[in-house]
Write a protein that binds this ligand. Structure first.
Ligand code: HEM
Length: 244
């Protein structure tokens, strides 16, 4: 095998590892904002969700660079298998193993999100919970394996990332919104099995014309829950895709 080593590979491993960790901190924090339904008129929930996705792509790119430069640097004996299979690296066996666990979990979360329209929403949601475990493993990995992460500015960055995600986890738990029964990330309205929406959908202009007018001249239809449940559900392009 050709030996390939230069200090620049090592510097790149260290730098991309740190950048990936900071980006995953941002991804998890944004994900918490999405889950806790944060969004207003200036920055809406859709934009927060899109930011969450976009930053996760950039984070994965940095992670791939981090892993690639680690493995191709022949100065340390890691190997491609150690990227996915824990305890197979000759170099810093435990630290790299924890990194591999983080990577496996991130891969599961990422793939399930790419295949979101094909997996059941409960399954996707369950797999998405792995991100907390993945992040904790990444923090431990950085501390156990890193050159910079053990002291000075590097340690401060790792501690700040850990503190931010810990705060996000607490906020996620204590400030979580009461989820409407049957609501899913893909179907903002009640599912076929779920109850009727508590807020009836506005009636069509044709339906409105058949209701009596109030004194102020505005049509004020009262909709019974039975009527509400018979309204056709709006289908977004993603919802209308066939799901298994
Ligand atoms: C979610 C996955 C991962 C994240 C967020 C991550 C992040 C980090 C961070 C922040 C460091 C500390 C850099 C430093 O202090 O210099 C680091 C070090 C390191 N990582 Fe990862 N890593 C991940 C996965 C992996 C995997 C799967 C491998 C195995 C190939 C790996 C190999 C290494 C090595 C060898 C070091 C030590 C570099 C040095 O000598 O300083 N990492 N990683």
């Amino acid at each position: 095998m050709i030996a390939l080593t230069t200090p620049y590979l090592w510097y790149t491993t260290r730098a991309t590892g740190m950048v990936a960790l900071v980006l995953f901190t941002i991804v998890v924090t944004l994900g918490t904002l999405v889950a806790n339904r944060v969004g207003g008129t200036v920055v809406g929930r859709f934009e927060v969700n899109e930011l969450h996705r976009s930053v996760s792509i950039v984070a994965v790119i940095f992670l791939v660079m981090h892993i690639t430069t680690t493995v191709i640097d022949s100065y340390v004996a890691t190997g491609w298998i150690s990227v996915l299979v824990p305890m197979t690296s000759a170099y810093r066996r435990v630290g790299v193993a924890v990194g591999a666990v983080a990577f496996d979990l991130i891969l599961a979360v990422w793939l399930s999100s790419l295949l979101k329209v094909r997996v059941k929403n409960e399954t996707w949601r369950f797999i998405h919970w792995f991100s907390w475990l993945a992040f904790s493993s990444a923090i431990l990995h950085a501390y156990l394996t890193g050159t910079d992460a053990k002291s000075g500015v590097g340690l401060a960055v790792v501690a700040a990332c850990a503190a931010s995600v810990f705060a996000a986890a607490l906020w996620r738990y204590f400030a979580r919104p009461a989820r409407a029964a049957g609501r899913t990330a893909l179907s903002p309205l009640a599912t076929a099995k779920g109850p009727a929406p508590t807020q009836p959908r506005p009636a069509s202009p044709k339906a409105l014309s058949s209701f009596p007018r109030s004194e102020a001249g505005t049509a004020t239809p009262t909709v019974t829950s039975q009527q509400a449940s018979s309204f056709p559900r709006s289908q977004s392009p993603r919802q209308s895709k066939k799901r298994r």
